[in-house]
Design a protein around this ligand. Structure first.
Ligand code: NAI
Ligand code: MG
Length: 367
């Protein structure tokens, strides 16, 4: 099958890191590992400069027709004063909303060569490979009422509302169980049923989905605060962690710090499964932004972007072997000493964005 890939490099270092992804896509095609049909389009500030909008309707159409979207990063000082609805981030928000991307996957992978850069002891994180599945479109960030009201006695009262329906919990649980089947077959569901009604319902629905359709996957329930503690104590006990929007925001940032640089972290956002084709809408992007402070100088680490391609191969295209091979090539390039400036040790020689990409392609060739 030919996989339709839409590349949206965006602004700042986005185009630089996407250039390295294009090298890898070409290599995979040339070697006959997989066949891709790629298109490239504008998003963010770059799209605003051309179309007066941070994403055009035509680009949205391409995104909708693609099997997956690879997104670089958007934003920069140049667009600080454009109208609010046209700010670069609006392009990304529209993609997330219109494609219905309700599941955010944030892996924390620790490459052995970088274990000493973690905030934990190297032996605790070496070889770490976990994914946090965060519900992205519901919960306390969106629930109504959401307001600050002034009371009769002059005090103010702030209200946020944590809301989840069984349908919302059911679909995120299914994403987590599906994912676990492509990994080490274990899901840890984090909530606080001891103090929150949404936690009670969360636990109940996850338990039902598991019993109905995923009893081959190991399921454990963990209180979210304990999960934060366990992530710092012994993170390798986990495979897939599933949680709501708020807990996911916090737990994924905790997990990120287990692994070192922002330049290393990929992510995926997935939508609902099409009942006809079984395919999901999907967008893959590095966790980092457009890094204007280093843009245009060949300093950006392309690994977060290349890791996002690896996730795309694995989760959207089912190219498990190619994904394993690409991740092994990243591991090998790092092990053989290639380091961009953000991950090089003080005073050591650093390679450029493009040299890092070349080292990964070379390692693919040997693999
Ligand atoms: P940032 O992630 O762009 O940069 C934070 C720091 O990390 C900077 O010092 C940067 O040089 C470094 N860094 C980031 N990615 C790197 C990489 N691949 N290799 C080496 N170093 C890297 O976050 P910041 O500075 O808060 O925001 C910059 C711009 O990016 C803003 O306009 C912001 O709105 C936008 N942004 C966009 C996001 C997106 O497109 N999804 C996400 C976060 C921020
Ligand atoms: Mg956060």
């Amino acid at each position: 099958a030919t996989h339709k890939l839409l590349l949206l490099p965006g602004d700042g270092i986005g185009p630089e890191v996407m250039g390295e992804v294009e090298k890898i896509v070409s290599w995979l095609s040339k070697e006959g590992v997989a066949s891709f049909e790629t298109e490239r389009d504008l998003v963010g500030g770059a799209a605003y400069d051309t179309h007066g909008k941070s994403i055009s309707d035509e680009t949205m159409r391409l995104a909708d027709a693609a099997d997956a979207v690879l997104f670089g990063a958007v934003g920069g000082a140049k667009w600080a004063s454009v109208p609010y609805e046209h700010r670069p981030e609006a392009g990304l928000l529209r993609l997330r909303k219109d494609l219905g991307l309700f599941a955010n996957l944030r892996p924390a992978i620790c490459y052995p060569a970088l274990a000493s850069a973690s905030s934990l002891k190297p032996e605790l994180v070496e070889g770490l490979d976990i994914v946090i599945v965060r519900e992205l479109t519901g919960g306390v960030y969106f629930g109504e009422p959401k307001e600050i009201v002034t009371l009769e006695n002059g005090e103010k009262r702030a209200v946020d509302t944590q809301l989840y329906t069984t349908g919302e919990i059911d679909r995120i649980a299914r994403v987590a169980f599906d994912l676990a089947r492509k990994r080490r077959n274990k899901v840890s569901s984090a909530e606080k049923h001891n103090v929150m009604k949404s936690g009670v319902l969360w636990k109940e629905v996850v338990t039902r989905v598991h019993a109905q359709d995923f009893s081959d996957v190991t399921l454990e329930h963990v209180l979210a605060d304990n999960c934060a503690m366990q992530l710092v104590r012994y993170p390798k006990q986990y495979d897939v962690i599933v949680c709501d929007n708020l807990f996911g925001d916090i737990l994924s940032d905790v997990a990120a710090m287990l692994t070192g640089s922002l330049g290393m972290l990929p992510s995926a956002s997935l939508g609902a499964e099409d009942p006809q084709t079984g395919k999901r809408k999907a967008l893959y992007e590095p966790v980092h932004g457009s890094a204007p402070d280093i843009a245009g100088r060949g300093l950006a680490n392309p690994i977060a972007m290349i890791g996002s391609l690896a996730m795309c191969l694995r989760y959207s295209f089912g190219l498990i072997e190619a994904a394993d091979r690409l991740e092994a090539a990243i591991t090998e390039a790092l092990a053989s000493g290639s380091r961009t400036k953000d991950i090089a040790s003080e005073g050591a020689n650093a390679v450029s964005t493009s040299e890092m990409g070349d080292a990964i392609v070379a390692a693919l060739g040997r693999g």
